[in-house]
Write a protein that binds this ligand. Structure first.
Ligand code: ADP
Length: 215
């Protein structure tokens, strides 16, 4: 049995907007119609339940008639570093290797960012950098992290408006686990560390792509 649903004018309008501009969020549709998100909620539910629209968290509503490949591309093109970045875990240049190891355990991360005064990026240390130092002969309490870190300008970074897929590409290309999200300071005096993108970030975003819920 095929049930056809009579769409209201407003629902037709929503459908047209999503067809032309989707993926688009409920918030953005509401803005275009000069309505609130709450007013639109029943319409969006009906259109989604009836199969006209589909929804992906953080990406938006899209018209279900679109081909899979095109759809995936459009979804990936809406996922930016800004929406997925995690809080960076930073230490100062004069931190000892011993304290860096403790920080890595306490913060439960695999990579630490080393910053100068004012939070600008100086270097990065991974688990293996710390392991390497730990099997050396030096006292870890006396060894500053700046001696063993990978330092600027040899650090791969990304910025908030980059696409998440670009950051993921860098993780693969450079065989690293983590990329600092940075903001160049206006005076040209370095890169302020404002976030991090890791393999975990990408795995989370990947799982989210597979979920359907109201957006
Ligand atoms: P692990 O050492 O645990 O395998 P990574 O693969 O991330 O972790 O690190 C490999 C090497 O690359 C380390 O020496 C680390 O200092 C360096 N590294 C990690 N992240 C970056 C980055 N974003 N840019 C440049 N070098 C990095």
């Amino acid at each position: 049995m095929v049930i056809t649903i009579e769409l209201t004018n407003r629902q037709e309008l929503i459908l047209k907007i999503v067809q032309e501009e989707g993926p688009i969020t409920g918030e953005q549709i509401a803005e275009k119609l000069n309505l609130t998100r709450a007013t639109l909620r029943p319409d969006l539910s009906i259109l989604t339940m009836a199969g006209y629209l589909e929804a992906r968290p953080r990406v938006g509503y899209y018209y279900s008639g679109k081909k899979g490949n095109q759809l995936l591309k459009e979804m990936l093109n809406k996922m930016t570093v800004k929406d997925y970045k995690a809080v960076p875990v930073v230490i100062k240049e004069d931190t000892s290797v011993y304290d860096a190891i403790v920080t890595m355990f306490l913060e439960d991360v695999g990579t630490l960012y080393v910053v100068k005064e004012r939070g600008t990026l100086a270097g990065i240390v991974s688990r293996k950098d710390l392991l390497k130092a730990a099997i050396g002969k030096q006292s870890l309490q006396d060894l500053p992290i700046s001696v063993i870190m990978t330092r600027m300008p040899n650090i791969i970074t990304c910025q908030i408006d980059d696409l998440l897929i670009e950051a993921a590409n860098k993780l693969i290309q450079y065989q690293i686990d983590s990329i600092p999200v940075v903001k160049p300071l206006d005076n040209g005096e370095g890169l302020e560390v404002i976030g991090r993108i890791t393999k975990t970030t990408i795995a989370k975003a990947f799982v989210e792509l597979g979920k359907e819920k109201e957006v």
